[in-house]
Design a protein around this ligand. Sequence first.
Ligand SMILES: Cc1cc2nc3c(=O)[nH]c(=O)nc-3n(C[C@H](O)[C@H](O)[C@H](O)COP(=O)(O)OP(=O)(O)OC[C@H]3O[C@@H](n4cnc5c(N)ncnc54)[C@H](O)[C@@H]3O)c2cc1C
Length: 451
Amino acid sequence: MWSLVALFNIWKMVSGSIVFLLSRCCPPDVVVFPHCVEEVSALTKVCHQHRLPIIPFGTGTGLEGGVSAVEGGVCFSLRNMDQILDLHQEDFDVTVEPGVTRKALNAYLRDTGLWFPVDPGADASLCGMAATSASGTNAVRYGTMRENVVNLEVVLSDGTIIHTAGKGRRPRKTSAGYNLTNLFVGSEGTLGIITKTTLRLYGIPEAMVSAVCSFPSVQDAVDSTVQILQAGVPIARIEFLDDVMIDACNRFSCLSYPVTPTLFLEFHGSEQSLKEQVNTTEDITQSNRGSDFQWAQDAETRNRLWKARHDAWYAALALRPGCKAYATDVCVPLSQLPQIIVETKEDLIENRLTGPIAGHVGDGNFHCLMVVDPTDPEELHQVHLFTERLARRALAMGGTCTGEHGVGLGKRALLCEELGSMAIQVMQGLKDTLDPHNMMNPGKILQPREL
Ligand SMILES: Cc1cc2nc3c(=O)[nH]c(=O)nc-3n(C[C@H](O)[C@H](O)[C@H](O)COP(=O)(O)OP(=O)(O)OC[C@H]3O[C@@H](n4cnc5c(N)ncnc54)[C@H](O)[C@@H]3O)c2cc1C
């Protein structure tokens, strides 16, 4: 049977996570470790009966404090549900339980010639990635979780079990009814507990090449990105790091790239198509004053390069020992990207804030990793004002503050402005229908009074 453990110190063990909030840590009252969907459902019914908050927990790699139990309650750690079920190689799909991480799935798939490409850097659980609609460095080619989740099994707040695309179904397309799957993708544990996800898989590319290219200015690097995409190069990864970020990565990962705005790129395909992609990309970057192109085809060098990119968060933190990091997260239409990054850098310099910039620029998405002294109220205030300005700038350009890292400061105040009050009311109506007692992850709910 399930283990019901009411111990605060167990919470600390479970949450060996890097969750950072600018506010205090909020542990739950109880942590439970169900082994199957029936146990999740039974436990949820107990919570429902006693009106206890429910906080689903994947691997705790979310950076915006989504697993924080601001009202106490019961944390559902799903790590014991770690089975990979129903692999359909010929249909390119697989179903997994919530304790399966993306690295575990890819290790399992290694001999099949298939892989799951959505890669947020951290070894997150796939259901947690569905819950946060994770993206990552490969999103420019393969899409985010939203494009790659085919079906979900979800336990609602009263213990009811539903399948968003129908039980056992794996359709690539459906027009039957509302798109319930995408309602739950990105719902961050506020509508139900995801206990299974069916995912699209892809063939492992015949060949991969990575590259690093330096630029004299932010504008040149971002212009290159826009032109590479406009030229129709099916690039798999294109990541921007500003001079402060590349300097931090050099120090943290023992690299020696020039300290200027930089693009990390990766191409996937056949040998022939790689040649074409690489030639077009080199022409474009050279016309934008790109230099110091460094290519890597062997897996070891490529892995070192991408590990350095994925460690950017820790590299930023190492810039100011003792400080904490707060990641902003905005996304704008591609054409607006050069302007917003240039303006944001000017803002950071003018206000003397430490905020190295790293971005999935192929999607128009970038982060300022704000490194801040949590004991300095004036600095915290300045960071708060900066995030507000950044979010407003993004909204004015037709963009958004995405949920990946920064639901907190910038987003909360601007959500109403961004979506419109009617859209918020519709969301509230959905929430009231699925979770009438506001038990599911109540700390994440954007009550109208907060807006
Ligand atoms: C170094 C680093 C880099 C990162 N880069 C990226 C990036 O590039 N792109 C990106 O998108 N993210 C990125 N992230 C964020 C992170 O990896 C994702 O948010 C991840 O998808 C969360 O998965 P998890 O299993 O850790 O969920 P958790 O952190 O455990 O939970 C996150 C939220 O989802 C809910 N949740 C978790 N599991 C379930 C479930 N089974 N059912 C319902 N709700 C659930 C939780 O209640 C919480 O609200 C990065 C994180 C780190 C540490």
